[in-house]
Write a protein that binds this ligand. Sequence first.
Ligand code: EPU
Length: 420
Amino acid sequence: MDAYKLLISGDIPLTGHTSVSGGKNTSVALIPAALMCDDPCTLDNLPDIEDVHVLVDILRGLGARVDYSTVTKRMVIDPRGVNACTVPYKQTQRMRASYYLLGALLTRCGEANVGYPGGCAIGNRPFDQHIKGFRALGAEVSEEGGMICAKGSLQGRTVFFDRITVGGTINVMLAAVKAKGQTVLCNAAREPHVVDLANFLNSMGASVKGAGTDTIRIRGVQKLHASQYTVIPDQIETGTLMIAAAATHGDVTVHGCIPTHMEALTAKLLEMGVSVTDEDDAIRVRPIGPHRAINVKTQEYPGFPTDLQQPMSALLCKAQGTSVVTETIFESRFKHLSEMRRMGARARILEQTAFIEGTQELHGAPVTATDLRAGAALVVAGLMATGTTEIYEPGFIERGYEHLEEKLRALGAIVRREPV
Ligand code: EPU
């Protein structure tokens, strides 16, 4: 279907079992990483989402052979035919993580010319720390005609990030894997996908130590060999499904997740008065009583993730009392609350803080998704409102959630598409 809107009939408790897909933000790092290998690699559990399909197009354009099955979720990447190091803007503007092609192609070809990255409009998203890291390793980096150009043979060095950056940590890690000598990344991001990338690189013969702490040590190797690797489950999809369950006072078990990755959200849901219990690889969310207002402040991992702030603040629109939500990572991540005002939400936004006064009067209305997680937040809003919510621009959701509508329908939600 080309242009469509999503229609949600809300106020129905979600019940049953669902499974989480492979991680978006880990997949978009691992696929470029496979370009650096000297042999073909196999990645399993790659989600069928728009960002993964964009990367497949990019890798094929560079000369790699890529076979991806949306049924088995397996991708085989053979980078031996790579014969180009330029990725044009018309491809890179389709996603944020296209900037990982810089680190990966620098390592593979000694040169990378990559168009400016696109991605969600959630604030000013500089990449100065990526460039600082490449330069520290000896690359010459310039920006010409809408392209970022980097070249040089790289030498291990110490890189101190001025602020914690997931993208910067991953990109410089990619560049350092075959650099001569040791690279030390200080003030590194600790997100699960940083650890997953390090594990994948090590499975190919790289030497990356300390991922998951703020200091990562990478000893350059000359070759990376074939590997078969399974991507970790998506932390943000897990959280979105947990929030959707809580929003409808439903009883949902999310299977195939890693509960320790969810501790910040679990703690906040418990504080609100939601029952959350976990087993080895499953989390069950059940109602106890009315939801209480809470305060949330986004932080780098293991703090409360900014990517869950939007669905979480949608949930708080029906909690008893006034919640205070502070967004510290991106400047522009409250647009969903402005949309939700049309549904009866009472939210006042003052710079980076939202003051949300809970109301039981949320009702369906036409709203527009402005980015991926805003789209997910509006789905949560639609699920807990009375009547029908129409979400315009739901295509954003497909960038990062695998078959979200089907998963919700299987839990009893009434969700359908209609052409516009
Ligand atoms: N920043 C800089 N300079 C840099 C890099 C980042 O100032 O060179 C700033 C950013 O402006 C931001 C903060 O540092 O204020 C953190 O940015 P980070 O680099 O960590 O974010 P990112 O790599 O651009 C990734 C995820 C985002 C997620 C953030 C934070 C991917 C592809 N994207 O973005 O995911 O919100 O980390 O966890 O991994 C999403 O999935 O919806 C999404 C936006």
